[in-house]
Design a protein around this ligand. Structure first.
Ligand SMILES: [Zn+2]
Length: 266
């Protein structure tokens, strides 16, 4: 369209045949340059579109107060997905991450509405109480999470570099763990272990300075109620230095798994 206009404008003037030949030559070069640059642009755009569509292939629902931060949240979700894919490849589990663990992502700026949504998705009584520090989960293929600000506020212990991305990775790691066992939740092992695994995948508390004695570790491992994630993380990392991760994951489904590990502490 642009070239056509130039040509028409030029045709209003008298031009010698050599001028015309020169102009023709210039136009041919110009057309070639534009063609190459358009082609180049198309390639870049299509790459960009692939990345973008990948980024937004999972519908992201934000409350009005966070709507202007859509790109930021898409970044968190995408980074978490990449973390899971990269981790899975390292251990030969990539077949379990070929499909996303969720069909949509919903972020909340209100913990009460978050709680109600989680309980509703889980088919539980929506009047049930959930801990304040319960900030994200994947239920019925929906990733639900509170805002990064709320998370940092209720769980200051969890503040570290990229902590929100790590929170989302942690939730996806639980799904990966379940997928490895074809949906059999019981095969994931005791609570300290599956939470420790999710933190290990998400690289949470990797710089933690906390140290536990063997007696403290045994007490925590025996405790069925939910305890400190920093301590779970310490215990998980302690054992993963002694037993290869894949072996630990497989052994965790054994009935005596906890006892077997505790014997290693003696
Ligand atoms: Zn968890």
């Amino acid at each position: 369209m642009y070239i056509e206009t130039v040509w028409k404008d030029n045709s209003n003037y008298y031009l010698s045949s050599s001028d015309k030949a020169r102009i023709m030559k210039c136009i041919i070069i110009l057309v070639a340059i534009i063609a190459v640059s358009c082609n180049h642009q198309n390639t870049d755009n299509s790459k960009l579109m692939i990345q973008r569509s990948d980024l937004i292939s999972i519908p992201l629902i934000l409350p009005g107060s966070l709507e202007n931060r859509k790109l930021e949240f898409q970044g968190y979700v995408n980074s978490a997905r990449n973390n899971i894919t990269t981790f899975s490849k390292q251990y030969g589990w990539e077949e379990f991450t070929q499909q996303d663990f969720m069909d949509s992502v919903i972020i909340f700026d209100d913990k009460i509405i978050f709680n109600k949504t989680v309980l509703k998705l889980a088919g539980e009584d929506t009047a049930m109480k959930l801990p304040d520090t319960y900030c994200a989960t994947i239920e019925k293929r929906t990733l639900v999470a509170v805002s990064p600000e709320f998370y940092a506020n209720v769980y200051p212990e969890g503040i570290e570099e990229r902590s929100y991305e790590k929170l989302l990775t942690h939730e996806m790691a639980h799904r990966l763990h379940v997928e490895i066992f074809m949906g059999i939740v019981e095969a994931m092992g005791p609570m300290w272990f599956y939470e420790g695994f999710a933190m290990y995948v998400a690289n949470q508390f990797a710089e933690s300075q906390s140290i536990l004695s063997k007696e403290e570790m045994i007490t925590i491992m025996k405790e069925p109620d939910r305890g400190s994630y920093v301590k779970y993380n310490y215990i998980f990392r302690y054992f993963v230095k002694k037993v290869p991760l894949k072996e630990l994951i497989i052994r965790a489904k054994n009935k005596n798994f906890n006892e077997e590990l505790m014997l290693m502490l003696n």
